[in-house]
Ligand binder design. Structure first.
Ligand SMILES: Cc1cc2nc3c(=O)[nH]c(=O)nc-3n(C[C@H](O)[C@H](O)[C@H](O)COP(=O)(O)OP(=O)(O)OC[C@H]3O[C@@H](n4cnc5c(N)ncnc54)[C@H](O)[C@@H]3O)c2cc1C
Ligand SMILES: NC(=O)c1ccc[n+]([C@@H]2O[C@H](COP(=O)([O-])OP(=O)(O)OC[C@H]3O[C@@H](n4cnc5c(N)ncnc54)[C@H](OP(=O)(O)O)[C@@H]3O)[C@@H](O)[C@H]2O)c1
Ligand SMILES: C/C(=C\Cc1cc(O)c2ccccc2c1O)CCC[C@H](C)CCC[C@H](C)CCCC(C)C
Length: 413
């Protein structure tokens, strides 16, 4: 009898489901999880998909500025993972990742839990570099997370409540975030605002399209935002900022400093026992597999990845968004004995908000600005939101909000 049972068990492959562990629920990780949940696993037992993030919600960062001008609400641009992952079969676990043991294929979390994985996705993104200048950690405001928005909102509330003649704001870094923030805050503060944009380089938006740069310059000028080019921040005090320009240092009074000088890779990622480039990004193949670890996939800001055309890829949501499809497909292919696909990036263009009801877009040879640019930007981002259900909820909200506002104004008159 035992011999028969042994023969049956060897003939009937008893499969234990594989585990796909995804670290980071941003544009790379969340969209990989969503795509994996939609793939057809055929005769292969569907793996367990686990998404880990330190936060409880996805942040659609391109629309983060709209929270400061009350154009949008938090639920629209930062839906909870619970809502987004409902009925997808993806398991979400809120925790901070503390360690990855690549030898034993384990992920260790700050809450003490350890997860075993068969496939691992590294999508932990990047962080704002706060260590460049003295005083940044204590006095400056980064702009990346919901906590950053809430902290900035509270500071603006306090400054406005004292009803000063002017609210003096210095935004450090005239890249995309700095310029978009300057325009939004200028519209929010109006006559009370006195904004300056500080940039080490000799021009704003160094990597942007010429059309978008010119539109941004026009908008900043119309909003009376002062631009300090070739200017270095020496230090930041409680209500001062020291600037160096042409070897002269001036300390100027300021009420608020916002820090948007670009990103760095976290120490957690930099210390992983994997191949890295000089910036600390994880080196991966065009199939998004980590060098010497084909069971680990890396995408988004933390990945040093060249696509099939050998294009070096920028750290943007657009790249992570496109990589997610390939990461999901290649994980599925590696578990169902199919060939993997090398990532092919399609640079569709770039969109920037330039205040309330104003945006600029350069896409596929088309350029738009003003209110039309604003509308198309909203439509593009609506289409990029995660899940059809959330897109419909937000779309109806965007359609109904102006109608409700008009009706409520009418009822007050
Ligand atoms: C204000 C702002 C506006 C932007 N606008 C645009 C835009 O218009 N277009 C564009 O292309 N790009 C834009 N970007 C850049 C874009 O947000 C990033 O390039 C993109 O988010 C990178 O995707 P990712 O998945 O690599 O990382 P992220 O989307 O940042 O996701 C990483 C996730 O990992 C989590 N995480 C990090 N460390 C840990 C840990 N130790 N444990 C657990 N979880 C962790 C984080 O909470 C986060 O949810 C913008 C960025 C900012 C800050
Ligand atoms: N609309 C969009 O498409 C959009 C919006 C936001 C963010 N993003 C993407 O998200 C990423 C981060 O964007 P970001 O705007 O935070 O960073 P960013 O695009 O890298 O811009 C940072 C800017 O700050 C300057 N800078 C660096 N150190 C400085 C210092 N100490 N003092 C003053 N200026 C300093 C940089 O100059 P140097 O370049 O000379 O270092 C750069 O111009 C980028 O990849 C960007 O493409 C895209
Ligand atoms: C630039 C576009 C997409 C790239 C892109 C940019 C981002 O910031 C992202 C952020 C997060 C996720 C993804 C992305 C991202 O993919 C826009 C592409 C535009 C479309 C290809 C078509 C544009 C429509 C034309 C301008 C025509 C408009 C007609 C008008 C109504 C007259």
């Amino acid at each position: 009898m035992n011999q028969i049972l042994t023969e049956i068990s060897t003939q009937v492959h008893i499969q234990t489901p594989k585990t796909i562990c995804i670290l980071g629920g941003g544009f790379g990780g969340l969209y990989t999880a969503l795509r994996l949940s939609q793939l057809d696993w055929g005769n292969t037992e569907k793996p367990e998909i686990v998404l880990i993030d330190q936060g409880d919600r996805f942040i659609f960062s391109p629309l983060l500025y709209e929270l400061l001008t009350n154009e949008l609400q938090t639920w629209e641009i930062a839906p909870s993972y619970q809502e987004i992952l409902e009925n997808t079969g993806v398991h979400f676990h809120q925790a901070k990742v503390s360690e990855v043991d690549t030898d034993n294929q384990q992920v260790k979390l700050c809450d003490g839990k350890t997860l075993q994985y068969d496939r691992l996705v590294l999508a932990l993104g990047s962080e704002t570099n706060l260590d460049l200048v003295p005083g940044v950690v204590s006095y400056a405001y980064p702009f990346r997370t919901l906590a950053d928005v809430h902290r900035l909102e509270e500071r603006l509330r306090v400054l406005t409540a004292t009803d000063p003649e002017k609210i003096r704001v210095a935004i450090v870094g005239a890249g995309y975030s700095g310029v978009e923030l300057a325009c939004k805050l200028a519209d929010r503060l109006g006559e009370k605002g006195r904004l300056r944009l500080i940039e080490t380089g000799d021009q704003i938006l160094r990597t942007s399209s010429e059309f978008n740069r010119q539109q941004a310059k026009k908008a900043l000028e119309q909003k009376s935002v002062f631009i300090d080019l070739e200017t270095k921040v020496v230090s930041i005090g409680e209500n001062t900022i020291s600037l160096e320009y042409k070897n002269q240092i001036d300390e100027i009074p300021v009420d608020l400093v916002i820090w948007t000088v670009g990103t760095r890779i976290s120490s957690l990622v930099q210390n992983l026992p994997l191949a890295h480039n000089q910036r600390g990004q994880i080196t991966c193949t065009p199939t998004l597999q980590v060098i010497e670890h084909p069971e680990i996939f890396a995408l988004g800001d933390l990945a040093d990845c060249k696509d099939i055309e050998e294009q070096q890829l920028p750290g943007t949501a657009q790249v992570a968004f496109q990589q997610a499809d390939y990461a999901a497909w290649n994980i599925w292919a590696s578990l169902t004995d199919r060939p993997l696909l090398p990532f092919r990036y399609q640079a569709l263009g770039e969109v920037m908000a330039l205040g309330v009801d104003n945006a600029t877009l350069t896409a596929l040879g088309i350029t738009l600005d003003g209110y039309l640019g604003y509308l198309v930007r909203r439509l593009v981002y609506l289409y990029r939101l995660p899940t059809l259900e959330h897109q419909l909820k937000v779309g109806f909200s965007w359609l109904l909000t102006p109608i409700i506002k008009t009706l409520s104004q009418g009822s007050r008159e």
